[in-house]
Design a protein around this ligand. Structure first.
Ligand SMILES: [Zn+2]
Ligand SMILES: [Zn+2]
Length: 657
């Protein structure tokens, strides 16, 4: 008897017997889908596959290859890890175990202050293997808070979560564990292991298994440093053996490319502890690369119709009152400095100062679009625990631009901005772009709806025009305007968010910015914020990892090193250096004091694009041996020819548009 009706994402309706589950639905669609299924979305909520569906339910199947599906696999793996730990370490208390990007963790409190060792991870992994092999069902149940407190009598952290949720005081951590409402949901694997959880989970432990435990770290309960210190185990989990292997390979690659390690090895920059956390000094070789990046950026902005400006590093607090930063961004700013004529702050953003430039005199529509550009150094407070090399730093220089334009110019301006951004990023070796479009939060915004719609539509149209794959983040925009964020994919497939183009309906109001239109009346300009690299520091870090330290020839700190084979060849080697330097190349020489083989190896470790070896034949013929990075050695290359080749290579690298 067919007695419930189910609606699928394609809009089709299907009848099923009473008691049908999402598994039944998946099986009716096909065996591939039912094998890949890990959970379902039922009427907009994530559900277990084996929960009986209500009549008229809208059902979508979640498979393991989707981000939502991986989330379910990872969180289910976290449960299994907690089960393994409580079996191996009797008396262990467990607190929370969410899925995170690429994996999961679980926090434990071991009896007598015991801690996990790295050897324990292998033991826990093999115990998890047993649980997975046993294919235990994840059985959902719902209890009253009172019964739940009884069930978790020996688990103080779980009890605290239940108490907070029933008192209506749940925070994000709690909410990840259990849903709100009258009842508390739990998941039981065996009579011995039950966990508080809002679900969903895979139907049984046999459905997971492609996982690896990665490391142990200390973590305070609720992030509160006055609370107990727990032991956190991190792991990663994937939908297939291949996906897990690929991820582990990517991690290995990422470790080899860690920009902090490469920066030290290649003598590019450092983070001396005397300076304090999150602040870097650039050594000569790193500074060469940075200067080349800056020169290139300045050149492109010059050609792109930008006007260069400079603004100071600190300002009287009045400015940040006016801009609103002291209202909505104070946590990201450094504490105030009391000075002889007021209270001053380091600037967290350049925008307010650029508005002062616009407001300095009356503006005409003929001056618009006005594109102001600055390499502006800003200071933002980041907690010590979140600092990460150049990627998360406390003082950095933005390639920051603010564009003031009329409403009619907005769409073309946004299009040319995106074109410009992608063109510059291509010159640095990125060509795989995706974007996010953040739209209005209906509960929190300034400016009128019509202009929000117009700006959002302009941003969307330009993404469509350039064929950029993009996701819409509904309601994710800052209160002052919609934006697009541009992500690039690096050499090992990681995604970095770099550029932003953002409309702003707030600053022009607060600074009362106006221009005189063709109609002789006063109008409010539209303001666009645009960062391209984001910051030089972070972009340099991303480049360093993208290239694994082997910068393309145009930006390598040393483009070629000349090595005389022996004492007798030094004079000729010096002539080669002189010639190449005169052509504008960055060249050095290492004299024949050490063995040639050793000198070549060192040059390779420094990842130089070219090693040029000169010996007897070369002295006689005016040639050199060319040993390119990652290529074949070529002997007897005439010096003129090498000069031409090097020019051609650098020109080609910079000719990208
Ligand atoms: Zn769970
Ligand atoms: Zn800005």
């Amino acid at each position: 008897m067919a007695d419930i009706s189910i609606r699928l994402p394609d809009g089709s309706r299907h009848s099923f017997d009473q008691g049908a589950t999402a598994t039944t639905v998946a099986e009716s669609i096909g065996s591939r889908l039912s094998k890949a299924a890990v959970a379902a979305v039922v009427n907009g909520e994530e559900w277990d596959l084996n929960r009986p569906l209500p009549d008229e339910a809208a059902v979508a199947i979640i498979t393991g290859e989707s981000e939502e599906g991986r989330h379910v696999l990872r969180h289910s793996t976290a449960h299994v890890m907690a089960q393994a730990v409580t079996q191996l370490f009797p008396g262990a208390k467990f607190s929370i175990g969410p899925a995170i990007e690429n994996g999961f963790y679980y926090d434990f409190d071991l009896p007598d202050g015991k801690t996990f060792s790295d050897d324990d991870l292998a033991t826990i992994e093999s115990k998890m293997g047993e649980i997975i092999k046993a294919n235990q069902s994840f059985v959902r149940d719902e209890l009253s808070p009172k019964d739940a407190l009884k069930l978790f009598a020996n688990q103080p952290y779980k009890r605290e979560i239940i108490e907070r949720v029933s008192a209506g005081a749940a925070d994000n951590d709690d909410a990840a564990e259990i849903g709100g409402g009258e009842t508390i949901s739990i998941y039981r694997n065996t009579d011995d292991f039950v966990d508080l959880c809002k679900g969903p989970h895979v139907p049984s432990t046999g459905r997971i298994g492609h996982f690896k435990l990665q490391k142990v770290a200390g973590a305070y309960w609720r992030g509160n440093e006055k609370g107990p210190m727990l032991q956190r185990i991190y792991g990663t989990a994937w939908e297939s053996k291949a996906a897990l292997a690929e991820h582990l390979h990517r991690l290995e690659e990422a470790e080899k490319r860690d920009h902090r390690k490469l920066a030290t090895e290649l003598d590019l920059l450092s983070f001396p502890h005397e300076l304090g956390g999150g602040l870097a000094v650039w050594h000569p070789k790193g500074a060469i690369v940075r200067k080349l990046m800056e020169d290139y950026s300045r050149g492109r902005h010059d050609k792109g119709g930008y006007q260069f400006v400079f603004t100071p590093h600190l300002s009287n607090g009045n400015l940040f009152e006016k801009s609103g930063h002291l209202g909505f961004y104070k946590d990201g700013m450094y504490p105030p400095m009391e000075m002889d004529n007021g209270t001053y702050y380091m600037k967290p953003m350049n925008c307010p100062m650029h508005c002062l430039i616009f407001a300095a005199r009356q503006r005409s529509y003929r001056e618009l679009p006005m594109r102001l550009f600055e390499l502006g150094t800003v200071y933002r407070y980041e907690r010590a625990g979140t600092l990460h090399g150049l990627m998360r730093i406390r003082g950095f220089t933005q390639d920051d631009s603010h564009i003031y334009c009329t409403e009619d110019q907005m769409q073309d301006e946004i299009a040319s901005l995106l074109d410009f951004v992608m063109s510059v990023l291509r010159a640095f070796g990125f060509d795989d772009f995706t974007a996010n479009l953040s739209t209005k939060d209906p509960n929190k915004y300034v400016g009128d709806d019509a202009i929000w719609d117009k700006a959002t539509e302009a941003l969307r149209a330009v993404l469509v025009k350039y064929g950029l794959p993009f996701k819409i983040k509904e309601g994710d925009a800052a209160f002052y305007g919609p934006k697009i964020d541009i992500d690039v994919k690096d050499a090992i497939g990681r995604t970095w968010q770099l550029s932003t183009i953002q409309a702003d309906f707030n600053h022009p109001e607060r600074f009362d910015l106006e221009y005189i239109g063709a109609d002789n009346a006063r109008h409010r300009p539209i303001m666009l914020h645009r960062a391209l690299f984001g910051s030089f520091e972070r972009f340099f870090g991303v480049l360093l990892e993208h290239y694994a330290g082997a910068f393309p020839t145009w930006m390598a700190p040393v483009q070629a090193r000349v090595l005389p084979v022996a004492e007798a060849h030094q004079a000729h080697a010096a002539e080669v250096v002189e010639r190449l330097a005169a052509e504008g190349f960055r060249i050095d020489i290492v004299d024949a004091n050490d063995q040639l083989g050793k000198r070549i190896r060192n040059a390779k470790l420094e990842k130089l694009p070219y090693v040029l070896v000169v010996g007897d034949d070369d002295v006689a013929a005016g040639t050199l041996g060319v040993n390119p990075r990652g290529g074949e050695v070529e002997r007897g290359v005439p010096l003129d020819e090498f000069v031409n080749r090097l020019h051609a290579e650098v020109d080609a690298q910079l000719a990208v548009t």
